[in-house]
Design a protein around this ligand. Structure first.
Ligand code: PAF
Length: 281
């Protein structure tokens, strides 16, 4: 497995693979890899001849007061995980390689990016769409893999690929959880022991809602209220949002008649965590 830092090197390696007729998968990440990322790489390896993992903390998707500087980084550990999972190439560029100092071109999206995480992170998805488009142009993969934990991101990228005619299949992969149910996230490393315990409230509250739906509850307001009530039993939790939306359009679900996404973002101390589930009727 190779680790490269320049766009030109990635292009030249991928060009070689293409000449051999090989199928290429891309797993975009911001590094500090965990079992969730590993599951994406393993899936990509099973469906492609070569897999590129991008490992880049993308500055344009962080807001002014967010954790760009403190975001955890460890390329050596990441490289070992990628290699063990069967990746062929890690693309680990510096920010200067990805963005010209006078970069003024961005990929933005209306609609899907405005609600949920977009409400409290208004520039986030512009940064995500921009960097993912750039990675798609650099690697030109056949397939790209994203986790369902970032459900809004996955819906946004599917829509971007449709709207901008990228010839790439987007593969969504299930949330990977710790044994006690906490969704894996690089940001879990910010939690102290007390916060780590408190963070379980996200999954527990969503599980309670899922159980309600399974027993036939279809009133969105009732289900949302049940999630909020459960969340409030945890003193360290501060809700950013609890929403139930159409799983594809991300518009408010008036009733549960099509697949819905129940999603939440919650601050545990200073750490903002997200979790969700999709309910298929
Ligand atoms: O999900 C992430 O880690 C990032 O948002 C992504 C897709 C790698 C873009 O920087």
């Amino acid at each position: 497995m190779q680790i490269v830092k320049s766009i030109e090197e990635v292009r030249s390696i991928v060009r070689g693979w293409r000449k051999e007729g090989l199928r290429v998968g891309l797993v975009p990440t911001m590094g500090y890899l965990h079992e969730g990322h590993k599951s994406l790489i393993v899936k990509a390896v099973s469906e492609n001849d070569r897999v590129v993992v991008s490992d880049f903390v993308n500055p344009t998707q962080f807001g002014a007061n967010e954790d760009l500087e403190s975001y955890p980084r460890d390329i050596e550990r990441d490289a070992a995980i990628c290699e063990a999972a069967g990746a062929s190439l890690v693309f680990h560029p510096e920010p200067e390689e990805m963005y010209f100092p006078d970069n003024c071109t961005f990929v933005d999206m209306d609609g899907l990016t405005k609600g949920l995480c977009g409400k409290s992170r208004p520039t986030h998805f512009r940064g995500v769409c921009t960097v993912v488009s750039k990675l798609f142009h650099i690697v030109m993969p056949d397939r790209a893999y994203f986790g369902q934990k970032d459900a809004q991101q996955l819906a946004v990228i599917r829509r971007m690929v449709r709207d901008l005619n990228f010839e790439i299949t987007i593969v969504g992969c299930p949330i990977v959880r710790e044994k006690d149910g906490l969704a894996m996230s690089s940001r879990n490393t910010y939690l102290n022991a007390e916060e780590r315990k408190a963070a379980l409230i996200l999954h527990k509250s969503l599980q309670a809602a899922e159980a309600l739906m399974q027993t036939g509850e279809r009133d969105v307001a009732v289900i949302k209220a049940a999630i909020v009530e459960r969340m409030k039993t945890e003193p360290l939790a501060r809700i950013d949002y609890v929403e139930i939306v159409d799983a594809e359009t991300l518009e408010d679900a008036a009733a549960i008649e099509r697949p819905v996404l129940a999603a939440t973002a919650v601050y545990i101390g200073k750490t903002r965590l997200i979790d969700n589930f999709i309910f298929e009727v």
